[in-house]
Design a protein around this ligand. Structure first.
Ligand code: AMP
Length: 428
């Protein structure tokens, strides 16, 4: 691989990619940063090009045009579209897995079978293709019932049902097309009791290392109520991740997963997001994602002291063994997601946002997710999760105070956020 300065193509357009771009742009190794399709906030950090994350041919043409030395895949949709495979075939270094390895996220049924094949601790489960067998399978479980769409559903394909009637309704809705093809099969799972957390691990195909841990909030409203979302906020460090738990995540989940996927013919290059339940018996897998989390990534990037680019390059080029463990700032970081009214079911787009780009001080960064800019500069809601207000502080409380004070000075009547991000850690 070429040495610095590097031409980097970053694929994606959400808050996660804005955070990655922010960190990549700070690297002394960077030559040119091109983002596809990027967003209005990312445009300030490099060049944005209107090529969709799933347009593999368009992205390959862009790779050639800009002579990309490294491609960083942000979203799972690009993994599912086969971008990692196309780049491997063209011998272009890529941070992000192949489509086969991507099944660790794109199919919950694949992942449950994979966990069985490689001895990863996870919840007991049944996979069903039709409503009658799915309803009958509920007999093997007790409430609350966990009903999941098999495929990608933007974090919204999971229902935790307190009663059998609700569980049956969730089965009918999922198999009835609520999530399109992603819901052609359902996975029914044992409900795991414990505290949930997100841990990240890098792999270069052979060598792996942990790369941070975060806690997020999946429910839409305060007090963990309302529907599941892609994530309404996150914070780190998360006290649930004791050194012992991190060690167990590494030895029982991350390393066996990387060895397993390599044994199945698809060595993993990129980041694996391990969502786990910390139970009385140690960590049990809730799900894998084959990319950084959103909004977890935003918090990781605020806390990462090390340059990110050498880690991305090392994963893409099989040189992770040469890298020291990452250095994290001795500070707390939080992300408060501001979402459009109606999110997650039916976000109202088009409302005007004022004051999102003021100077909030050195410890606050506002990343754009589903926001778009008019020709005259006006910022508008253009998606469900719209802004990510992130802050650092010496304590979690201080980081939260900074983030919420920035939230309060953003004038956006059409949006909402949770006011209790980090409550688990504050309650300890
Ligand atoms: P997932 O999309 O699989 O991450 O699930 C979304 C959320 O549902 C998770 O963040 C958990 O809070 C919850 N969840 C998923 N699976 C289980 C389970 N087996 N037991 C308890 N909670 C679960």
């Amino acid at each position: 691989m070429k040495t610095a300065p590097l031409n980097i193509l970053l694929v994606g357009s959400g808050g996660r990619e804005h955070a990655l771009a922010w960190k990549i742009a700070a690297s002394p190794l960077l030559g040119r940063l091109v983002m596809a399709p990027g967003n209005a906030g990312m445009a300030a950090l490099g060049e944005v090009r209107p090529v969709k994350a799933t347009d593999v041919d368009g992205l390959m043409a862009l790779v050639k045009e800009i002579e990309a030395d490294l491609v960083v895949i942000g979203p799972e949709s690009a993994v599912e579209a086969g971008l990692g495979d196309a780049l491997a075939a063209a011998n272009v270094p890529c941070f992000g897995p192949t489509r086969f390895a991507g099944q660790l996220e794109t199919s919950k049924a694949f992942t449950k079978g994979f966990a069985d094949r490689h001895g990863l601790p996870t919840a007991a489960y049944r996979v069903c293709d039709d409503a009658a067998s799915a309803k009958a399978a509920l007999d093997a479980f007790s409430p609350p019932y966990v009903i999941k769409a098999d495929g990608l559903a933007a974090g919204k394909g999971v229902v935790i049902a307190e009663t059998r009637a609700d569980a049956e309704a969730a089965i009918d809705a999922t198999l009835g097309g609520r999530f399109g093809a992603a819901g052609a099969r359902v996975v029914i799972e044992e409900f795991l009791v414990g505290e949930i957390g997100s841990c990240f691990a890098l792999c270069d195909g052979t060598t792996s290392m942990l790369f941070g841990a975060v806690q997020d909030h999946k429910r839409a409203y305060d007090g963990e109520t309302g529907p599941n979302t892609g994530g309404m906020g996150a914070y780190a460090p998360a006290p649930v991740f004791t050194p012992e738990l991190l060690d167990q995540v590494r030895t029982r989940l991350a390393e066996p997963a990387f060895a397993g996927i390599a044994a199945e013919g698809a060595p993993y290059r990129g980041v694996l997001f391990v969502e786990l339940m910390a139970t009385a018996d140690g960590p049990r897998l809730v799900e894998f994602n084959v990319r950084f989390g959103d909004p977890e990534c935003q918090v990781l990037m605020l806390r990462l002291e090390s340059d990110l680019v050498p880690y991305l390059v090392a994963c893409a080029c099989g040189r992770l063994g040469e890298m020291p463990p990452p250095v994290w700032r001795d500070e707390h970081a939080v992300c408060v997601v501001m979402a459009a009214d109606g999110y997650p079911e039916s976000p109202v787009v088009g409302s005007i946002i004022r004051g999102a780009e003021q100077d909030f001080g050195p410890e606050v960064v506002v990343f754009h997710a589903g926001a778009a800019r008019d020709a005259d500069g006006t910022l508008r809601a253009a998606g469900g999760r719209v802004l990510n207000v992130c802050a650092r502080g010496a304590t979690l409380r201080e980081a939260l105070d900074r983030a919420y004070s920035a939230v309060d000075s953003i004038d956006w009547p059409g949006g909402f956020c949770r006011r209790d991000i980090g409550w688990r850690a504050l309650a300890r």
